[in-house]
Design a binder for this molecule. Structure first.
Ligand code: NAI
Length: 331
């Protein structure tokens, strides 16, 4: 039998945490033969609720779950973890300035970066979910210099999956037959959901999404806006933000990163830009990636038309501004 892997979930007493920890304990994230020990971190006001989640994990009697650590101490939470899912953060409240929210999150991600770099397993893979996800991941990277930068990522897989879902609904095809959409850039409304390389498996072979949809006006406007605004639409409907889909996508992100992407298909991940596709280096930016042997690499050589170029640049500009705002909170 395999040794258990320690998986950290921060903000584990929150909505996403409540959906995510049972998925991890059932093997959705790391596979059905991989035992896990869950480390759950939250802040003192949520300690009692966190303990309630721990009680439910015990009650669920998950065969793969070999232990639960529920704590408000970041050092205890980070010790020995090989996977860290950072869901905890400070939400924007009514009347708050962007800078104030950024400042709170910068200080959280700065201190959790230090705890991770000192106490996590040396090859720990980090996924930041909490918003602003890309910039929180960048701050974490800056303050955990001994963690390889390729190990620090942010979640745009939810947006990727939303794009697959919209195409599948539009064409009335199985979502599992749609592949190779791309989310470029920020996990925000400036993200660019790109279908120019996406295909659908049909009885007569793989066909481009553009050819099957045959409605450029829809693809270039409504489709993009729907994916960009989907988070807001969920809040409007549920009065709460996406949680089950966020948790499920976080599992997809880590599973594909660790176990690999299928031959011929890619996924979207927020990763540290090396300047590919003329995206400024030094931003955490969502790219198409393939994964093999526990490492991602950016898919190279895709053609980018003028329409796409503008959208790639616009979301890069927003990330550059967020980065400047984050740095201004440090001084
Ligand atoms: P929530 O408010 O229900 O839960 C957040 C939890 O984090 C709370 O229990 C809170 O006490 C905890 N927390 C706050 N500061 C902390 C700290 N310093 N250390 C540890 N825990 C801390 O929020 P929800 O709905 O679970 O969302 C969590 C985050 O995920 C939000 O920032 C949200 O915007 C983001 N999100 C990101 C998505 C993505 O695709 N990247 C999708 C959906 C949500």
């Amino acid at each position: 039998a395999k040794d258990p892997v320690r998986v950290l979930v921060t903000g584990a007493a929150g909505q996403i945490g409540y959906a995510l920890v049972p998925m991890i304990a059932r093997g959705v994230m790391l596979g059905p033969d991989q035992p896990v020990i869950l480390h759950m971190l939250d802040i003192p006001p949520a300690a009692e609720a966190l303990n309630g989640v721990k009680m439910e994990l015990v009650d669920a009697a998950f065969p793969l779950l070999k232990g639960v650590v529920a704590t408000t101490d970041a050092v205890e939470a980070c010790t020995g973890v090989s996977v860290a899912i950072m869901v905890g953060g400070f939400p924007r409240k009514e009347g708050m300035e962007r800078k104030d929210v950024m400042s709170k999150n910068v200080s959280i991600y700065k201190s959790q970066a230090s705890a991770l770099e000192k106490h996590a397993a040396s090859n720990c893979k980090v996924l930041v979910v909490a918003n602003p996800a890309n910039t929180n991941a960048l701050i974490l990277k800056e303050f955990a210099p001994s963690i390889p930068e390729k190990n620090i990522t942010c979640l745009t897989r939810l947006d990727h999956n939303r794009a697959l879902g919209q195409i599948s609904e539009r064409l009335s095809v199985q979502v599992s037959d749609v592949k190779n959409v791309i989310i470029w850039g920020n996990h925000s409304s400036t993200q660019y959901p790109d279908v120019n390389h996406a295909t659908v498996k049909t009885p007569t072979g793989e066909k481009p999404v553009r050819e099957l949809v045959a409605d450029d006006a829809w693809l270039n406007a409504e489709f993009i806006a729907t994916v960009q605004q989907r988070g807001a639409a969920i809040i409007k409907a549920r009065k709460l933000s996406s949680a089950l889909s966020a948790a499920s996508s976080a599992c997809d992100h880590i599973r594909d990163w660790v176990l690999g992407t299928p031959e011929g298909s890619w996924v979207s991940m927020g990763v540290y830009s090396d300047g590919s596709y003329n995206v400024p280096a030094g931003l955490i930016y969502s790219f198409p990636v393939t994964c093999k042997n526990g490492e991602w690499s950016i898919v190279q050589g895709l053609s980018i038309d003028e329409f796409s170029r503008k959208k790639l640049d616009l979301t890069a500009e927003e990330l550059t501004e967020e980065k400047a705002l984050a740095y201004s909170c440090l001084s």
